[in-house]
Design a protein around this ligand. Structure first.
Ligand SMILES: Nc1ncnc2c1ncn2[C@@H]1O[C@H](COP(=O)(O)OP(=O)(O)O)[C@@H](O)[C@H]1O
Ligand SMILES: [Mg+2]
Length: 227
């Protein structure tokens, strides 16, 4: 489904080119659950941004479903981004002026989901994350962990084909972290392709493949055997 060929991302400093990602060759099949690990600064977030079509400043090839991303028109790329990807950001990125309920609703509005269906999807998610009582609060009224849960609920509300998650459990205590990984596991069983960046090795055990990035290169790429 996703193919990267000789992908480089770099910045030009005064004296040299600094590589953030270097020579990445990667094939991701539909239904994989991939964990990206590696030290801080290894390029995990940069890679997720490129995969999620949030950054097109790179060299090399990226194709999605056999279509080259660079040769798409902006409109086509942005519609692909909205229709196929769900994105969980490291720093929540919730909309401050919208309530918990409305934040979760946003991706459904892009997808023209009917109002009755939206209500039922959101009710289910609020229930799943124990946030029913918080639905009319604004992000600033929630703890960091609760904001992260809303971010997860929003990303999965539209049932994206590909879920990208940057440190999805970074601000959560271990119980909440496990809950998120169990939600990912269910989505994976339902066929969602998942790519998560994390520092927590235990999160990788929920997935099917572990890729280690070091200095913008793939250092290791291994299959995770499910217990
Ligand atoms: N827009 C940018 N300008 C300059 N340097 C950047 C930019 N984005 C990322 N970097 C650098 O690229 C490297 C990889 O960053 P990042 O992808 O955030 O790594 P990770 O998520 O693995 O911690 C870091 O050294 C970071 O400082
Ligand atoms: Mg990062």
């Amino acid at each position: 489904m996703i193919q990267l060929k000789d992908l480089d991302k770099y910045i030009e400093s005064r004296f040299q080119r600094i590589f953030i990602l270097k020579g990445l060759n990667l094939t991701i099949n539909e239904g994989e659950f991939i964990t990206l690990m590696g030290p801080s600064g290894a390029g995990k977030s940069s890679l997720l941004n490129i995969l999620g079509l949030l950054d097109d400043d790179y060299a090399g090839e990226y194709s999605f479903g056999g279509k080259d991303i660079k040769s798409m028109k902006d409109k086509e790329r942005s519609s692909l981004h909205k229709s196929e990807f769900g994105y969980i950001f490291q720093a929540y990125h919730l909309i401050d002026e919208l309530t918990v309920y409305e934040n979760i609703e946003t991706p459904l509005l892009y997808r023209n989901v009917s109002s009755a269906e939206r209500k039922s999807i959101i009710a289910n998610l609020l229930d799943r994350f124990n946030m029913v009582a918080k639905k009319d609060l604004f992000p600033a009224q929630l703890s960091g962990g609760q904001q992260q849960l809303v971010g997860v609920a929003r990303a999965i509300a539209g049932r994206p084909r590909v879920l990208l998650a940057d440190e999805p459990t970074g601000n959560l205590h271990s119980g909440q972290a496990r809950e998120i990984m169990e939600v990912f596991q269910e989505l994976h069983k339902e066929g969602t392709t998942i790519i998560q960046a994390t520092h927590a090795r235990e999160n990788a055990d929920f997935g099917t493949r572990l890729i280690n990035l070091i200095d913008g290169r793939i250092e290791k790429d291994e299959v995770i055997i499910q217990k």
